[in-house]
Design a binder for this molecule. Structure first.
Ligand SMILES: *Cc1c(COP(=O)(O)O)cnc(C)c1O
Ligand SMILES: [Zn+2]
Length: 500
């Protein structure tokens, strides 16, 4: 829709200009630092940072009701920079000029209602939010769009023309970073550090295809993370892990979209997210808190964080009910099908501790829960989800398994509605599906397929058929007739078809 067709009172707000006064704030000592440089940890105490906008007066002055209208009208606006995460510009990074925004088609992923069979199985209504439908096929693109837009802006402002962007990854961060970096081209190069053999072939092919330098490290993600941290402390590189708080800001769009897609009624919703490095759950909590504070939503949804029993440090931390007695210890991860979340020492743990406490306090009751699921439950849930019209990855399966666990644990009321984060596309994780179908899991995974859920292709080789067509070698007329006849009969027999 053209600008002059929007209501007059909304027009001035449609295309925003930078006004924010953003600063890094340390989660530990609360010191603030300006955003003229990329920093990842507090120069004073070493803790992780979060970005915040000090000019919230602007948001308050406009008020929840008008914000809802602004976002709903922006939905109709054809302006590329505002089509992705930056529909919520003022709540993400209102310091980036909109002509510096990178948009590759990320965000506004569909909420797909579970079919009747799945809803009946769980006894409750729920949706999948398919974040595998982002450009690099995972939710990481939300954060990358923000981080790279900011770097783009900074590079132009400071006339930097030789930036090396670097990240450690369980597969999806590197795919996303490499994609966005390749779009920006000349002034920015990217290198990614991967744990050798711990990302799927599809995930490995992504940064290679985007032209990134791909460095494989023998070890697990936690080891790669230590190396990349050392690099970012000692060398001039732009770190693109979720330690980079610009990523968190972009990922908050997940919450904003859920709010908008339910017409801002989220008090009865239960958001379910898998936890790895804990950047995602940090962003989800922070996003809903922002909308609640400004009055865009009037209740905070419940949030369920899910971890596999093979990588469950966050779950373990919260097992202790008394906040004063809790203490965090990293765990040594074991093989997990939820490989993208196979992390024993989550970088965002201090952010989670702070935000979960604030969230529950603001809601006036406990609204954040953590559950643990088995590898078997994750795989079975993924297969079941996808046999019911979804495109869930193993971590999406983890969300479904975790939702079931939360229901069984009494964390969900019957009238509440689940929103399950399917964080990536199944196609990235098809090797795990293959292992399930072939009963090929290494014993370390502890997964045995349920026979009814297995599937395999059937090769058709009818007995009477001796010749088959090949590329460049078609069959002759009579041979082709025989081929069609024999194949048809074979298929009819396998499928038990009745003659017309
Ligand atoms: C990164 C990732 C996760 C874990 O998210 P964190 O922010 O690290 O907790 C889960 N699923 C997929 C598909 C991912 O790529
Ligand atoms: Zn500090």
């Amino acid at each position: 829709m053209k600008i002059d067709q929007f209501p007059e009172d909304i027009r001035p707000y449609l295309i925003p200009e930078p006004y924010g006064q953003m600063a890094y704030r340390c989660v530990g000592c609360k010191s603030e630092f300006n955003i003229d440089h990329l920093i990842y940890t507090c120069p004073t105490c070493g803790n992780v940072l979060l970005l915040h906008d000090k000019n919230t007066q602007h948001l308050t002055d406009i008020g929840g009701k008008t914000w809802r209208r602004i976002f709903d009208y922006r939905r109709m606006l054809n302006h590329n920079a505002l089509k992705g995460i930056f529909r919520y510009y003022e709540f993400i990074a209102p310091v980036i000029p909109i002509d510096q925004i990178i948009y590759l088609g990320e965000a506004h992923t569909p909420l797909v209602e579970a079919n009747t069979r799945l809803k009946k199985d769980l006894g409750i209504d729920f949706y999948f939010k398919n974040d595998g439908l982002n450009p690099s096929a995972s939710f990481k693109d939300r954060g990358m769009a923000c981080a790279l837009s900011y770097i783009h802006y900074l590079a132009n402002k400071e006339k930097l023309n030789n930036i090396l962007a670097i990240c450690a990854s369980t597969g999806d961060t590197s795919a996303s970073a490499a994609l966005y970096a390749s779009y920006l081209g000349d002034f920015l190069k990217s290198a990614v550090l991967l744990p050798k053999g711990k990302v799927t072939p599809q995930q490995l092919s992504q940064p290679l295809g985007s032209g990134a330098k791909v460095l494989e490290i023998p070890g697990v993600f936690d080891d790669c993370m230590k190396v990349v941290e050392s690099l970012s402390e000692n060398y001039n590189v732009a770190l693109l892990n979720s330690k980079n708080s610009w990523r968190i800001l972009g990922q908050e769009s997940f919450s904003f979209e859920i709010a908008q897609d339910f017409d801002y009624e989220v008090g009865d919703k239960v958001i379910v997210v898998p936890i790895g490095n804990a950047g995602n759950i940090t962003a989800v909590m922070s996003g809903f808190l922002k909308f609640f504070t400004i009055g865009i939503i009037d209740m905070l949804p419940k949030i369920i964080g899910v971890q596999s029993e093979h990588a469950d440090p966050v779950y373990r931390y919260y097992l202790e009910g008394d906040p004063d007695k809790r203490s965090f210890s990293p765990v040594t991860v074991r093989q997990s099908v939820a490989q993208a979340a196979m992390i024993g020492n989550p970088v965002s743990m201090p952010r989670v501790i702070e935000l979960a406490a604030e969230y529950n306090h603001t809601a006036g009751e406990k609204r954040i829960f953590f559950v643990q699921v088995t590898e078997q439950q994750i795989m079975d849930s993924m297969i079941v989800a996808n046999r019911n019209g979804n495109i869930a990855c193993t971590q999406g399966g983890e969300s479904l398994a975790g939702f079931q666990k939360a229901i069984d644990s009494g964390y969900v009321r019957p009238k509440e509605i689940g929103v399950l984060d399917s964080t990536a596309h199944i196609l990235k994780f098809s090797v795990f599906q293959d292992m399930y179908f072939n009963n090929g899991f290494d014993p370390a995974f502890h997964v045995k397929p349920i026979p009814e859920l297995k599937n395999a292709p059937i090769l058709l080789k009818p007995e009477n058929l001796k010749k088959y067509p090949e590329p460049g070698k078609p069959l002759h007329e009579e041979e082709m007739k025989l081929f069609i006849r024999e194949m048809t009969a074979e298929i009819a027999s396998i499928l038990d078809l009745e003659m017309k």
